[in-house]
Design a binder for this molecule. Structure first.
Ligand SMILES: [Fe+2]
Ligand SMILES: [Fe+2]
Length: 240
């Protein structure tokens, strides 16, 4: 079985809507997480930070993207009515969102190609959502059931798998509309927003926040992609 097929099999049970799950625990004080997951999470984080250090500092670019999307998302979801602890849970879980980019089968140079990505390169990039889920499952192999079934693990794996969805169903996994839940709709917007401001070799210049927001709202690439009401709120939140 190929790595991608294995990843596909292991991701079937992950919820797409995590709006309730993210309110159901407190990552800071949770006994199971503190006892069994803290160390695993910090190893996985180090794996992201150090990835590609000898090639192109790719891990540094990814880890900063994850810190930014975590902070922005945590602040933003509070304005949508989520609690302080949901915001903290979001912050921690989203730090592992792009973990799949550090999978041994993943090419660290794929996001830095001097040209626009080809169809084959785009397909390879897409695999990181499922490979991230697989890396977390692998890291938990010897963990107790109470951790494997903990809502924080569902939240992490759902953010990993679904942060490239589009509400019209054209995203990586093809889930659409309200199946996504608010948290997933939010991370899809913020991930695209931050990703579009990362300078890539094939782009002439960095984008400003205003340019990135304009692109999310009116750019041809994103027509029908996002929940319009949430996008409007995110634009107001960012510009205020
Ligand atoms: Fe991603
Ligand atoms: Fe991302």
């Amino acid at each position: 079985m190929s790595t991608i097929e294995t990843a596909r099999k292991s991701t079937n049970a992950i919820p797409v809507n995590i709006d309730k799950a993210i309110e159901s625990y407190d990552v800071e004080s949770d006994v199971i997480l503190n006892e069994h997951f803290k160390t695993i999470a910090s190893h996985l984080w180090q794996q992201i930070e150090n990835y590609g250090a000898d090639i192109n500092e790719y891990g540094g670019i990814v880890s900063k993207h994850l810190q930014r999307t975590s902070s922005i998302g945590a602040e933003f979801i509070k304005t949508l009515g989520f609690s302080e602890r949901a915001a903290q849970n979001f912050y921690e879980a989203n730090l592992l969102q792009d973990l799949g980019k550090t999978h041994p089968n993943y090419n660290p140079e794929i996001w830095q190609t001097p040209h626009r990505p080809t169809t084959a390169e785009r397909e390879e990039k897409r695999a990181h959502t499922r490979l991230g889920v697989e890396l977390v499952s692998q890291a938990l192999i010897k963990s107790p059931e109470t951790l494997k079934t903990h809502p924080h693990i569902h939240v992490i794996q759902s953010l990993q798998r679904h942060h490239h969805e589009r509400i019209d169903g054209t995203g990586y996994e093809g889930f659409a509309g309200d199946d996504l839940g608010v948290i997933i709709k939010v991370i899809c917007i913020i991930d695209a927003y931050d990703g579009d401001m990362i300078h890539r070799p094939h782009q002439p210049a960095e984008r400003t926040p205003e340019e990135a927001l304009q692109r999310l709202k009116n750019g041809p690439k994103y027509q029908g992609a996002f929940d319009e009401a949430i996008l409007e709120q995110f634009i107001d939140f960012t510009l205020s």
